[in-house]
Ligand binder design. Structure first.
Ligand SMILES: [Mg+2]
Length: 163
């Protein structure tokens, strides 16, 4: 099966939940309490249940991973990535407010992968539409990324027709 050359993930509501809001709406400083990551207001930041096993799956098949986030608070997002212990997982991370077209053009340059060889997950239809127009296989995520959606998307990617 043909695999993507790069898998790209959005952060908020795709990889993690920040107590029901976006990470740029949290109240730093962040703290680790009883192995839970919380903000000053007690909101918990956690990865969706299947996310670590999805990362392991990408590692096993040798597909590099990247982040593309439009958050208004890139330093907060980067700190949370560190606190969650997942920073080393990503070959590339484009984190700043802008259209995701900018993130993907940077990812293309950084990774050397063509848009047609990328697989992207995001919970906002606007990003799916924009990035999809580049030719990136873009998957809409509802209620957080899960293992089944990831596997189905990987298979669909492998079976896609050349355009
Ligand atoms: Mg999101």
């Amino acid at each position: 099966m043909e695999l993507p050359k790069l898998v790209v993930f959005d952060l908020d509501f795709t990889l993690w939940d920040c107590g029901g809001t976006w990470c740029d709406c949290l109240l730093p400083p962040f703290a680790v309490r009883n192995r839970r990551i919380v903000d000053r207001g007690g909101r918990q930041i956690r990865l969706y249940e299947d996310v670590l096993s999805i990362f392991d799956r990408c590692d096993r098949v040798g597909v590099p991973m990247a982040l593309a986030s439009r958050t208004e608070q890139p330093p907060w997002a980067r700190e949370l990535i560190e606190l969650l212990g997942i920073a080393r997982r990503f070959a590339h991370a484009e984190i700043y407010p802008s259209s995701k077209l900018k993130h993907f053009s940077a990812l293309k340059t950084a990774s050397g992968a063509d848009f047609l060889d990328m697989l992207f997950f995001d919970d906002e239809m606007r990003n799916i539409r924009e990035v999809g127009r580049l030719g990136v296989a873009s998957v809409f995520v509802e209620n957080g990324l899960n293992g089944k959606l990831f596997e189905d998307s990987l298979h669909r990617f492998g079976n896609r027709q050349p355009s």
